[in-house]
Design a protein around this ligand. Structure first.
Ligand SMILES: Cc1cc2nc3c(=O)[nH]c(=O)nc-3n(C[C@H](O)[C@H](O)[C@H](O)COP(=O)(O)O)c2cc1C
Length: 222
């Protein structure tokens, strides 16, 4: 069982968000998972320019580190999004990455995985950023088992005081992967998104026959 965490803080080893998500991963490790963490700022992530090139063949015109990261996400059973709150939202690094996931969203490439979200903030916006990241997981057809946010008030050791809650979240994620987890609300939302993206998959059938065939085999196109 593999769980991959993606950290949107540019502060790498000084990142409070990284500290918190590491506790989530520690909990997952206790429950038998193999874990990994990626700092987005170490990767080349080019902003989407809406050229629509990926909609023809699934390949982005930018030759950077995002395609390899998407492959790593496909190879994981669990995905964690983690970001500091920047002006009431995810960090710019995280948002630029999310925009590059449009094709993975349209074709529901991560269906069947579980995830959760993590945020830290000075004062406010943590729960909202957790909810937003979980919403992106749902766009990707990933069911979230929850999230954790910590408002540090400027004291990074505040994240350590929540380490047991973070570990419990990691154990819950690993448990969902091992034994299944159902959330009818999220499943309904994911099914609704799929119904919406179905038209696109059908429209692009001639360019992307393999993707079309996958949707037929999944029973998403009849
Ligand atoms: C550009 C920037 C914007 C921020 N915006 C907010 C904000 O809107 N609200 C808030 O409470 N904290 C804000 N913060 C504080 C960070 O969310 C907080 O320090 C966070 O724990 C940093 O996490 P990190 O160490 O993982 O990068 C901001 C920090 C930066 C650098």
């Amino acid at each position: 069982m593999k769980i991959l965490a993606i950290n949107g803080s540019p502060r790498t080893i000084r990142s409070t968000t990284r500290l918190l998500v590491q506790s989530v991963l520690d909990g997952a490790t206790e429950a038998g998972a193999e874990t990994d963490i990626i700092d987005l700022c170490d990767l080349r992530v080019t902003p989407c320019t809406a050229c629509e090139g990926c909609s023809f063949n699934g390949i982005c015109v930018y030759d950077d580190d995002v395609p390899a990261l998407v492959e790593r996400m496909k190879g994981a059973d669990g995905i964690i999004f983690a970001s500091p709150v920047y002006i009431d939202n995810v960090s710019g690094q995280m948002k630029i990455f999310f925009d590059r996931l449009a094709d993975a969203i349209h074709y529901q490439l991560l269906f069947g995985k579980f995830g959760c979200s993590v945020a830290t903030t000075h004062t406010s916006g943590g729960d909202e950023v957790v909810a937003y990241q979980n919403h992106v997981l749902n766009y990707l057809a990933v069911v979230s088992v929850g999230g954790i946010s910590v408002a540090t008030g400027g004291d990074s050791s505040a994240a350590e005081t929540r380490s047991e809650d973070a570990r419990a979240l990691g154990r819950k994620l690993a448990g969902a992967i091992a034994s299944g987890y159902s959330d009818p609300g999220q499943e309904e939302e994911i099914a609704g998104n799929r119904e919406f993206f179905k038209d696109l998959v059908e429209e692009n059938r001639d360019f992307r026959p393999d993707d079309y065939e996958r949707w037929v085999q999944m029973g998403w196109i009849r």
